[in-house]
Design a protein around this ligand. Sequence first.
Ligand code: NCD
Length: 298
Amino acid sequence: MYHIISIRDFERSDLDHLLDRAQEFDTGNYRPGLLDDKLLALLFFEPSTRTRMSFAAAMGRLGGKSISVDSVEASSIVKGETLADTIRVISSYVDAVVLRHPKEGAARLASEFTSVPVINAGDGAGQHPSQTLLDLYTIRQSMPIDGIDVGLLGDLRYGRTAHSLALALSLYDVTLHTVAPGGLEMPANITLELRERGMEVIEHPSVEEAIRELDVLYVTRIQRERFPDSASYYDVASSYRITTDLLDDVKERLMILHPLPRAGEIDPAVDCTPYARYFEQARNGVPVRMALLHEVMK
Ligand code: NCD
């Protein structure tokens, strides 16, 4: 695979191959210096901690180097430069580009203006494929993905991690349970697509109703920055929160995941329970991104 833009471009065998490679990187089973002659550009036109740092860490671990643009304000975009021009120029300096951008479709557009691989690190409310790979990787370390029940909780309308993950899980034998505040449900076209791919999708009014059936609960933050105004954000803010008393009768193997950052959706008291796996999930960003970077630049 050349560009990594959307989970829609992947078949199950592509995902499984990358997850197997990530496992090799995770266990140190690789030759040092695999990308030591390569240079990566990190273009982040939206805030990021984990994604940017773990791509840089992954590149460094493979012996490569990275250069970055960390904000719109610090780039020529403020002078009116188009994304197409920015990408055309930057891709002539490097061997691959990682792009995060507030507009859905930006990574696909960028890939049309460059001869080097583009990795989508989040395009607005669109997709976030590298996050999905580390989500799958984290699940697969504890249980086979086939046959499980996964709950997606939170902002399923604007949450790109939820969109990518749901589409990826539809390539496995997974039952999907969704719980979203009013107005933040999964877009109808995505739910339709999941069902057309043969996935059972069950909508629940509350997490309490679904949680005992789940093997994985994937919690997401309300994507405040995508809301048209702050009043509509405050209408739904704080409408759900995972606390320890919700976890009384859950399956023993339940994993609670979250792409992070969290903004109140998970009580920190949950961190000390065996169900909390989100910090381990974030850590898995490095071996998974090593596998991705190696795949597109080898
Ligand atoms: C996510 C994102 O940027 O979509 N963050 C991440 O990459 N781990 C989730 C979020 O911001 O809520």
